[in-house]
Unconditional design. Structure first.
Length: 87
C-alpha cells in the first residue's frame, strides 16, 4: 500500500467526513473504495446493461426501432431545412 497526500476543498472534506462517520468507514477507506469503484466503471457497459433491463412501452411493442427512427428522420423539419427541402 502507498501513502499519498491530497488537497480537498473545505466543503468536499466536510462531506467526506460526514459520509465516513455515517458509514462507519475511515476517510481513507472511503476514498479507496470510491476510487476503486470509479476506476472500474465502464460507462458504455453500464449504459448497455441499463437499456437491456428496460422494456418498451406497450404502445411501442410492435414498433421496429430502425423503421421508427427512419420515419422520424424523414419527417424532421430541421433535417429538411438543412438539406434545402420544404414541406
Amino acid at each position: 500500500m502507498h501513502r499519498t497526500q491530497i488537497y480537498l476543498q473545505d466543503e468536499l472534506y466536510q462531506q467526506l467526513k460526514a459520509r465516513s462517520q455515517s458509514s462507519g468507514l475511515s476517510v481513507s477507506e472511503l476514498i479507496r473504495r470510491t476510487l476503486v469503484k470509479d476506476l472500474q466503471a465502464r460507462p458504455a457497459e453500464d449504459a448497455r446493461a441499463f437499456f437491456e433491463q428496460i422494456t418498451p412501452l406497450e404502445s411501442f411493442s410492435d414498433v421496429e426501432p430502425k423503421h421508427y427512427v427512419r420515419a422520424l428522420r424523414d419527417n424532421s423539419r430541421l433535417l429538411k431545412a438543412l438539406h434545402g427541402r420544404t414541406t
